[in-house]
Design a protein around this ligand. Structure first.
Ligand code: 5RP
Length: 228
């Protein structure tokens, strides 16, 4: 019974299909979130069965999980090239532009994705959208003067809300704040990305433009599809 439930988890199905692309000798980027979790679990099993890889993590959370599972980790300073990174997303549009950062790891995720030969995105069907923006766009900002940064972001036509955790501002692994920006819809993701990142105080935003090489979607009916 438990087996049947596990096997019908769309996130797990998509993640496991992506892990099949990992081969001996690769350096692998480990994503963050509940879908990337399943990829890391499967990589851990494969390493246990003899897969020889090195990995680099996009968050402290994923690094801890990988270490627990015995996945060999290397510090980012020692990385020359990442062959493949497997990560989740909060939204994926028809051009494979993404919103990421729901888990607060967007900056490390973008650094690692941009250093990867191939970024494989794994999602369940709820993440596939016609247009980005229903999900509030996470923007990582430095703490200093964040109120002014928030005001400048609002001038772009969104409502930015400081992310909170346990009644305190949420702090990223990099010591910054996140402003979750409600745009309702983002019709020109590339322009939006550049406009946000030109505001002083913004470190980066969760729009990943044309970075995904593969998108693998898991469905409630137990099927998995690699988008073409
Ligand atoms: C973390 C992320 C995640 O990949 C994104 O939030 C999707 O998470 P999940 O797989 O849990 O739905 O960008 O910063």
């Amino acid at each position: 019974m438990q087996m049947a439930l596990e096997n019908s988890n769309p996130k797990q199905l998509a993640a496991e299909q992506a892990v099949a692309y990992i081969q001996d000798g690769m350096t692998v980027g480990l994503g963050t979130g509940s879908t990337a979790y399943w990829a890391i679990q499967q990589i851990g099993k494969n390493v246990h069965s003899g897969l020889q890889i090195k990995a680099v993590a996009t968050s402290i959370q994923s690094e801890k999980l990988a270490a627990e599972l015995g996945i060999p980790l290397i510090p980012f300073s020692e990385v020359k090239e990442i062959n493949v990174t497997i990560d989740g997303a909060d939204e994926v549009d028809g051009a494979w532009n993404l919103i990421k950062g729901g888990g607060g790891a967007l900056l490390r995720e973008k650094i690692i994705a941009s250093s990867s030969k191939e970024l494989i995105i794994v999602v369940d069907e709820s993440k596939v959208v016609d247009q980005l923006g229903k999900f509030h766009l996470p923007v990582e900002v430095v703490k200093f003067g964040y109120e002014l940064t928030r005001h400048k972001l609002s001038m772009l036509g969104c409502e930015p809300n400081l992310r909170m955790e346990d009644q305190r501002p949420y702090t990223t692994d990099n010591g910054n704040y996140i402003l979750d920006c409600d745009f309702k819809q983002i019709s020109r993701p590339g322009e939006c990305h550049d406009a946000i990142n030109s505001i002083p105080g913004v470190v980066d935003n969760g729009l990943f433009i044309a970075m995904a090489a593969k998108v693998i979607v898991g469905y409630k009916d137990g099927s998995v599809k690699e988008l073409q």
